[in-house]
Write a protein that binds this ligand. Structure first.
Ligand SMILES: [Zn+2]
Length: 170
């Protein structure tokens, strides 16, 4: 279970997230599952083919019914409009791709999923989280839910890096 992305895709993700700091940024990850066996498995590898920055359309009304603690803002929450998701999904399918994950940033917080991230997560997706500290990317981790709906780290492999052909981040 590894998520592969190119240096260019890594740069696109991190630049988009830095550009919206100190707010949380988010986007969709399109790609393909790389089947390790005859049938799809929960621990299959994934290959990123495109990354699509989308607007963080979080607002307090979105999460009202989740009954989460405290006051939140665009600095510590993100939300992707379901209509945007559907549009991207359709265009991905027409190119033989699918949404394989979601990326977002944690401004001045570790690249570790929050309880809110966990409750809103879909089991099939990879969740790439970048920590942006004082406007700089300081960490990038990917996570996937296991059968008990707990996040497990998913190794991130960046291909075509200028310093090393493949760099394992976690
Ligand atoms: Zn988060």
């Amino acid at each position: 279970m590894v998520i592969h992305l190119s240096q260019t895709q890594y740069n696109r993700i991190t630049q988009a997230l830095v550009s919206v700091y100190p707010q949380e940024g988010c986007g969709l990850i399109l790609g393909q599952r790389v089947f390790l066996g005859a049938a799809p498995r929960a621990d299959d590898d994934r290959r990123v083919e495109a990354v699509i920055p989308v607007e963080n359309s979080w607002n307090p009304a979105v999460l009202e019914d989740l009954d989460l603690e405290g006051a939140h803002s665009l600095r510590d929450r993100y939300w992707i409009d379901p209509v945007t998701m559907l549009k991207v999904q359709r265009s991905a399918r027409s190119q033989g791709l699918e949404i394989i994950g979601i990326y977002h940033s944690h401004p001045d917080h570790p690249a570790v999923p929050s309880e809110c991230d966990r409750r809103l997560a879909w089991p099939v997706y990879s969740y790439l989280i970048a920590s942006v500290t004082q406007g700089q990317i300081t960490d990038l981790q990917s996570w996937r839910l296991n059968e008990a709906e707990q996040f497990q780290p998913e190794p991130v492999k960046i291909l075509g890096s200028s310093t090393n052909n493949s760099q394992l981040l976690s």
